[in-house]
Design a protein around this ligand. Sequence first.
Ligand code: FAD
Length: 285
Amino acid sequence: MIPSAFAYERAASVKEALELWRASGGSAKWLAGGHSLLPLMKLRLSAPPKLIDISGIDELRGVARVGDRVVIGALTTHRELATHPLIRETLPALSDAARQVGDLQVRNRGTIGGNLAHADTASDLPAVAVSLGAELLVATPDGDVVLPAQEFFLGPLVTAMPENGLLKAVSFPVPPGNARGVYEKFPHPASGYAVVGVAVTAGVDAQGVVDFVRVGVTGAADAAYRAQAVEEALLGREPTPDALRAAAAKAADDGAIAGDAFASEAYRRHLCTVVAERALRRALG
Ligand SMILES: Cc1cc2nc3c(=O)[nH]c(=O)nc-3n(C[C@H](O)[C@H](O)[C@H](O)COP(=O)(O)OP(=O)(O)OC[C@H]3O[C@@H](n4cnc5c(N)ncnc54)[C@H](O)[C@@H]3O)c2cc1C
């Protein structure tokens, strides 16, 4: 449980961070909250020769409404996501998911940027990001790029992030005012990570018919995915208990569901439907 030796540098700005990364010859890793990277290093599953600490970069902080979007700095901690009034009001599914991450210590140190960039298949926040069509704003030495969350998660710990990219912020479109947002997970009993987690943001119109629904699933497949089959089953319908159950039954349809030593593929498929129904009931019931 002791990492291999590494050098450590601290960046004060995005520009300096990118320069330090270039000077490392491309071998350095960013250090944000350290709650995913350091465990990997202690297990010697990762052995970067240099860490560039980005946790002091003010440009990576802050939560702001910009037009019809909410832009969240990469260093925003899980605790801030769970408690920030603007996020609670406009992106309740994100607050709900962050509230369920790990324990108090993890929520105080872990960041949205680290959580998404790390791309653990069992992480909670990717479900919200893909469901709501978030965009990741990434700084590179050649300029900023914008990556849609739905194209970002490629597999376990693999993303579309450019090798030299530094995630600056995550931008979420604000859902309509009538939409409620929730996150439900079946947690692994030992780690608390999601065996299956489902994010739902949904609302009904004045006639009681579903006019907005976004669903994201994490934990079940190699990468978080948007459950469009569930959305299509509900849009334009009354959210009766039968309709919610029938829609939830499609929660595994859009992902390449995977099994492992803890949960078989069949069990995860089953959990998708159970957890999705719970989430839909909370959002629309
Ligand atoms: C005991 C424990 C329980 C946990 N339980 C859960 C849980 O239930 N649900 C859950 O979702 N997570 C859980 N986590 C993980 C936690 O959410 C982490 O905090 C998070 O995944 C990583 O964020 P971080 O800021 O700590 O990133 P770090 O560990 O600092 O970095 C993680 C990776 O992301 C890269 N990175 C970090 N920031 C950036 C950036 N701005 N741009 C580009 N790359 C970047 C790093 O280089 C590294 O590769 C748990 C962790 C622990 C230790």
